[in-house]
Design a protein around this ligand. Structure first.
Ligand code: FE
Length: 284
């Protein structure tokens, strides 16, 4: 058997868009609407990071979702979640909330702090057409619930979803088989990072700088690097320029139509209109 080749390349570097969402939370939308097909099954990635209370205090008061999953990963700060099924949870540093909106729910996400740093990510993961109307559910995972692995000295990997280096992550999902890793590399470390060849994949660097692939193209902090879909590639080879930290997010594309209106993501316009009616009629 020939040696696996980690030859995915940096296809495109993306700078996020500064915007506001919720009741006025300042954030950077890293994965924007125009990338939904290229990065299928992922619909959105937001990065919130601020120590100015006016950037986050308004939070996300009651709002609906239908047809997909939201994955919130907290790096710093505290956020209280409540939904209309009576569920409640506190998202804290190092923790993850994996929420399946499915057929629909109404929830709020509100900061539980008046000052200090609030930092983290919210990813939207699409559901397959046959799963869009499943019962809503969510899991609150604390920092200790996220398995960690060190495949070599100077490399630490938190396995949020999927599996990496022989370690199963906290969450496994059917159909899209998402891989969601938080990786820390000491300066100079080189890592061959396995990614299923079937998956669309991207990195988001939030500390330091990475050199990606054979040509060593640079992905600095605050940039998303879309990785090429290279047939038979075992993954990507990265090298850290100084101590670096980044997310790897990858998933098997659904290749289904995407019909979105705000917090409703379905397959057809009729289904989205039905979602609006159901929400207005209080059926969530
Ligand atoms: Fe939400």
């Amino acid at each position: 058997m020939s040696k696996p080749v980690f030859n995915r390349q940096l296809e495109r570097l993306v700078t996020g868009v500064a915007t506001q969402d919720g009741a006025g939370v300042s954030l950077v939308r890293v994965l924007t609407h125009d990338l939904q097909h290229r990065l299928d099954p992922f619909l959105m990635l937001d990065n919130f990071h601020s120590d100015k209370p006016e950037d986050y205090l308004a939070g996300f008061p009651d709002h609906p979702h239908r047809g997909f999953e939201t994955v919130t990963y907290m790096l710093a700060g505290r956020m209280r979640h409540r939904d209309n099924a009576g569920n409640e949870g506190l998202l804290q540093a190092g923790g993850v909330q994996w929420m399946t909106a499915g057929s629909g729910l109404v929830h709020s996400e509100l900061p539980e702090q008046e000052d200090g740093l609030m930092s983290g990510f919210q990813l939207w993961l699409n559901l397959a057409s046959g799963d869009k109307m499943i019962a809503p559910s969510y899991r609150d995972l604390q920092a200790d619930d996220i398995p960690q692995v060190s495949p070599q000295p100077g490399v630490k990997v938190k396995v949020i979803a999927g599996s990496a280096f022989g370690t199963a992550g906290a969450v496994q999902r059917p159909h899209t088989e998402p891989l969601y890793l938080d990786l820390q590399l000491a300066g100079g470390q080189q890592l061959d990072l396995p990614i299923p060849a079937s998956h669309n994949a991207f990195l988001y660097v939030f500390e330091g700088e990475l050199r990606i692939g054979e040509d060593g193209r640079s992905a600095p902090s605050g940039r998303m690097a879309i990785l090429s879909n290279t047939a038979d590639a075992a993954g990507v080879s990265v090298q850290a320029q100084g101590n670096s930290r980044f997310l790897l997010i990858a998933g098997r594309p659904l290749n289904e139509p995407i019909a979105q209106w705000g917090p409703f993501v379905m397959n057809t316009r009729e289904q989205v209109e039905q979602a609006m009616r159901d929400f207005q009629d209080g059926k969530f």
